[in-house]
Design a protein around this ligand. Sequence first.
Ligand code: NAP
Length: 509
Amino acid sequence: MTLSGDLLIGGANVRGAAATFSAINPANGTSMEPSFAGATKEQVEKAAALAWDAFPLYKETSLEDRARFLEAVAEGILALGDDLVLRAIEETGLPRGRIEGERARTVGQLRLFAKEVRDGRFQELRFDPADAERKPVAKPDLRLRNVALGPVAVFGASNFPLAFSVAGGDTASALAAGCPVIVKAHSAHPGTSALVGKAVVNAVAACGLPSGTFALLFDAGFEVGQALVADHRIRAVGFTGSRRGGTALMKIASERKQPIPVYAEMSSINPVILYPNALLSSGADIGRSFASSLTLGAGQFCTNPGLIIAIDGAGLAAFIESATAALSESQAQTMLTGGICDAYRKGVAKLAAASSVSRVAIGKDGTSHQATAALFETTAAAFLANPELQEEVFGAAGLIVRCQDEEELRRVVESLEGQLTIALHVDAKDVVAASQILPQLELLAGRLLVNGFGTGVEVSPAMVHGGPYPATSDGRSTSVGTLAIYRFLRPVSYQDFPVDLLPAPLKNF
Ligand code: NAP
């Protein structure tokens, strides 16, 4: 399929009239065809106006029609075949297996949300019947349903070019809720975005939906995203990226005449707490698994295990020895963009230069476009004294915090910021100690896991991919799994409505 580099507005290809940019192949730094043209302020407004016009029609589509639309998007993505896979590989440096896996996840998510829509429970329909005889005052007829918030702006993620980009989890859950979506493509993979965007536009047309149900915008800078978040017709935002980017958008959203929710998934170092008995019985195995999780996808997962917390001893020594051996053999990997690679190198250099931090392992060198894994260690006292050691280094870098005893471990945990995941490694003899810290962990993270690592996020009804700030902007929500739909809904109560005036789902109690 030939790429035009155009915006997709109102179901049509529209040439952007702002500055142009091109995708850069992160494996060799070369620029790729075609050039993509950014949207002007007027073009952003046009997309928002069309989304606003589409909203009343789209939100009242039958559950069956909406589910079929989501399935049509999934089929359209699969129909792109290898064109999509090859472009995504070239734009992200990710290997074929990863891109194909992500495509399967993206299609699976769309189908899961289609099922969720057909099921209809997300509408939360409720009926409290009237009671004219109730004393001292009659009870009204009250019916409730969840309604869609309105048009949603979605920011594609650099590290999930399919599963969290144009038709990824944020888009799928917003469309499932009944919200039109305008995507601001991530500038690192515009071609991949354009291909998927076209599949969504085709599905909109094939399903007879209003053309403003979906739009795709490009930008060489930040203006388009900022204008979208500020636009009065946009009613919620889905974002995955840096804390700096997420908080900039939160600020714009909160300063609007009508502030709106921003669901931003930002930064997390996903602490892993290693308990003494687990370390004594299987420290070496845990070390090997940790090294695999740390280096998976060049460490470019929001759930990458960046922090190890453990009590000093022979078990920890075995863990460090095996993690060091595995990491020393790890190959350097291409990162998603030159900017992300530079940021990783700076983060590693900052850790290396921090006082009381020492390097325990380093991976193999690669090309100038590749990043090398690194593992550091420090003491609990130094970690507690230096909050900068909690900053996310996006990539395959880890820090071990050596604690003297359980009390010091507890204080390290207490000092942590909000996280997406916290993992515990325990054996039967550690359960009492772990149970004592559990209430604290529940306050800190969206997902707690035992004897594993947070990389690998199951898309399912019981998944939470969220957590207190700064992991996300709103720890009450998840961006993965079916619960994600609730981010784009709000409850409305209908009191004493004549049946003819009630919305269709509330008529038939
Ligand atoms: P990013 O810089 O936050 O960018 C994400 C999206 O937001 C992009 O579309 C970007 O536009 C836009 N954006 C960024 N700052 C903005 C601002 N001030 N106003 C309006 N729009 C803004 O994230 P990234 O490009 O994915 O990666 C950069 C860094 O983010 C990484 O080095 C890493 O530290 C972190 N990161 C974290 C996670 C995580 O899950 N924890 C995931 C990915 C990245 P452009 O497309 O024009 O850049």
